[in-house]
Design a protein around this ligand. Structure first.
Ligand SMILES: *[C@@H]1O[C@H](CO)[C@@H](O)[C@H](O)[C@H]1NC(C)=O
Ligand SMILES: *[C@@H]1O[C@H](CO)[C@@H](O)[C@H](O)[C@H]1NC(C)=O
Ligand SMILES: *[C@@H]1O[C@H](CO)[C@@H](O)[C@H](O)[C@H]1NC(C)=O
Ligand SMILES: *[C@@H]1O[C@H](CO)[C@@H](O)[C@H](O)[C@H]1NC(C)=O
Ligand SMILES: *[C@@H]1O[C@H](CO)[C@@H](O)[C@H](O)[C@H]1NC(C)=O
Ligand SMILES: *[C@@H]1O[C@H](CO)[C@@H](O)[C@H](O)[C@H]1NC(C)=O
Ligand SMILES: *[C@@H]1O[C@H](CO)[C@@H](O)[C@H](O)[C@H]1NC(C)=O
Ligand SMILES: *[C@@H]1O[C@H](CO)[C@@H](O)[C@H](O)[C@H]1NC(C)=O
Ligand SMILES: *[C@@H]1O[C@H](CO)[C@@H](O)[C@H](O)[C@H]1NC(C)=O
Ligand SMILES: *[C@@H]1O[C@H](CO)[C@@H](O)[C@H](O)[C@H]1NC(C)=O
Length: 520
């Protein structure tokens, strides 16, 4: 075709359809599309207040309901990683029933600080039986104190809890044991310095404890494995606290090291000073996650699984009015699904009682998560905006167990999209507008029409977010989950539309189901 003519046709298209974005959707899955785990969205729990999450003599019904909502959508509940900072402050005492903590006084900067010391007994691990049937658990033991007895007693209690008839009957499984949290950050703690603590010292200390747990039968090729090294930092360097560093240092070669089957790195996109308009940016989500690509392919080449064993929007329990608002739901959804396209198996979103970035607050709170000030009335257990991202991702993945994902190529800096296939057949898509609509802006909420390159009718479910700065009022497909019991309120609402004219508002995500493709 004459280039000038082509240009005229394109110009005409732009003029007539100024509000339409055309998006090409592959009708069958590209071969490189990774398969998504049903539990792509998983949870990491700060273990100091673990009994608040699980419940002790009785399950925490509210929390269990929020997990069952996710299990209902994918067939599998989220996985749990329990430990984090407080795992390296934990000791074991058989005389303690569940746990005893030494609390830290709250402050404006840290309204819900982690306990400085945690002493646990057998019941602490046994209450994992309160989790939904089918839950897999990764549990952390102490590496920091380099106390073999403490690590041994913790791992023994974990092993016994998960071997107990009650836990087996509950269908809750121990997937792995994690020895140490963020050991690259040990210098400055206890007697660790940047001179005496390097990757070789780490490997030696880890291997000594891991060998004991393996020889004790707590970790084995038939049973639970190891997960690690759980660095705080991400780096592709050949030396140091990096994937290449542990491989070259021989960590995977010892009999215990051969049982390290899941490589876990921690990643937060930003810190506690982050503003929402820097967090919810398509390019930032991509640059933050694509830096992990060399590590992911190296780890996969070693035959290990790659997970983000602790992740979230902003480290330090989240950023005020950024991690806890509607815009964070948009961020969580885009971040989770983009990680899925990179073949990251699971993202364990970190949670602690009263943390700002939580998807779920499992117990009644009496002070503000933003500044620690006393609340005029207690705030019962509730879900926060990021929880809704988990619901959308769960429905997009579905129950097939073989769903694959590709990112859609969308020529718009604020719109992202993903397509989902089952057995190679196009089933669903997610469309996300990352443009932030603020309640006080005074402007009308923007929207655009998306024209997908497939024909036929689609079913649409909408994640309604009142505004990017709203902390409540989110509605997924007509249903509210911000309820007393954590269960959906209202009937599910689905719209139908033609695949070439789907309306997407600002600060909104849609789940599109293709009705005419493969007889869904
Ligand atoms: C994704 O990672 C798994 C290992 O976790 C690997 O077996 C699989 O081949 C990878 N898939 C792709 C498409 O790279
Ligand atoms: C989800 O819940 C519905 C209604 O209770 C039920 O029919 C369906 O089988 C559940 N799906 C899964 C995967 O558990
Ligand atoms: C592991 O360490 C504990 C505590 O020091 C010790 O009692 C136990 O004998 C060790 N087990 C093995 C198999 O080395
Ligand atoms: C090591 O752990 C054991 C068991 O928890 C405890 O009794 C002991 O005091 C600890 N040792 C040190 C040096 O802290
Ligand atoms: C710190 O002190 C403990 C207890 O004395 C010892 O086992 C450990 O090796 C020391 N760690 C370092 C990094 O020097
Ligand atoms: C690593 O630290 C140990 C002491 O903990 C030291 O003996 C060793 O020389 C250090 N290695 C390097 C390469 O710095
Ligand atoms: C990650 O995103 C934040 C904004 O949220 C940005 O400041 C930072 O530079 C990004 N990091 C990378 C490695 O892309
Ligand atoms: C956070 O948002 C709340 C509610 O809009 C507001 O009252 C508070 O001043 C904000 N805090 C900061 C630090 O911006
Ligand atoms: C996303 O929101 C922005 C801001 O109003 C708007 O300009 C853009 O058209 C929207 N994009 C889509 C695809 O809806
Ligand atoms: C979003 O889009 C739907 C469908 O076009 C429309 O009904 C709704 O009013 C829009 N605005 C908001 C704020 O949801």
């Amino acid at each position: 075709m004459n280039p000038k003519l082509l240009c005229l046709i394109l110009l005409a298209f732009v003029n007539v359809h100024a509000q339409t974005i055309t998006v090409s959707v592959p009708s069958s899955a590209p071969t490189a599309a990774p398969t998504l785990k049903p539990s792509l969205f998983s949870l990491s729990i700060e273990q100091d207040y673990w009994p608040d999450w699980a419940g002790t003599t009785e399950p925490n019904t509210f929390f269990v309901n929020t997990l069952e909502n996710l299990k209902n959508r994918t067939g599998e509940p989220p996985w749990f990683r329990i430990g984090a900072n407080s795992q390296d402050r934990t000791d074991f005492n058989p005389a303690v029933q569940y746990s005893e903590t030494v609390p830290v006084a709250p402050s404006v900067a840290s309204p819900y600080p982690e306990a400085s010391e945690v002493i646990v007994g057998d019941g602490f691990y046994q209450i994992a039986e309160n989790l939904p049937c089918g839950t897999n658990v990764v549990w952390g033991v102490n590496l920091l104190t380099n106390n073999m007895t403490a690590a041994f007693l913790e791992a023994q209690s974990i092993y016994e809890a998960f071997s107990s008839p009650a836990m087996v009957a509950a269908g809750v499984t121990l997937d792995s044991i994690e020895i140490g949290n963020e050991p690259d950050l040990y210098p400055g703690k206890l007697n660790y310095t940047s001179t005496n603590w390097n990757v070789s010292a780490y490997i030696a200390q880890w291997t000594r404890i891991a060998t004991n747990l393996t020889n004790s039968g707590f970790v084995s090729s038939e049973g639970a494995k190891f997960l690690g090294p759980s660095w705080a930092g991400v780096s592709n360097a050949a030396k140091g606290f990096t994937p290449r560093g542990i491989i070259n240092g021989g960590m995977l070669s010892s009999p215990a090291g051969q049982l390290l089957r899941t490589y876990s790195d921690h990643h937060y996109q930003c810190g506690p000073g982050e503003i929402l308009s820097d967090l919810v940016v398509k390019a930032n989500v991509r640059s933050n996650l694509t830096q992990l690509k060399p590590a992911i392919s190296l780890i996969h080449s070693m035959g290990l699984d790659y997970v983000l064993g602790e992740t979230g929007s902003c480290w330090g329990h989240g950023a005020v009015n950024t991690s806890n608002v509607g815009g964070a739901a948009i961020w969580t959804l885009d971040y989770t699904l983009f990680a899925g396209t990179l073949n990251i198996s699971r993202l364990f979103f970190h949670q602690g009682v009263g943390f700002k970035y939580n998807a779920i607050q499992p117990v009644t709170l009496t002070r503000s998560i933003l500044d620690g000030s006393p609340l005029s009335s207690p705030l019962p257990p509730h879900v926060q905006p990021p929880y809704h991202a988990a619901l959308v991702a769960a429905e997009a993945i579905g129950t097939s167990g073989v769903t694959t994902i590709v990112e859609l190529d969308i020529d718009d800096a604020a719109v992202s999209g993903y397509a989902f296939f089952e057995n190679g057949v196009l089933k669903r898509a997610v469309l996300i507008n990352l443009t932030l609509f603020f309640a006080a802006s005074g402007a009308a909420r923007g929207s655009k029409t998306i024209a997908l390159s497939v024909t036929g009718t689609v079913q649409i479910k909408r994640l309604f977010i009142p505004s990017a700065d709203a902390t409540t009022g989110l509605v997924w497909a007509g249903q509210s989950f911000d309820t007393e019991d954590g269960l959906a309120c209202g009937d599910a609402v689905e719209e139908t539309a033609s695949a070439d004219s789907i309306v997407l508002n600002d600060t909104e995500a849609l789940l599109v189901t293709f009705l005419d493709n493969g007889g869904y």
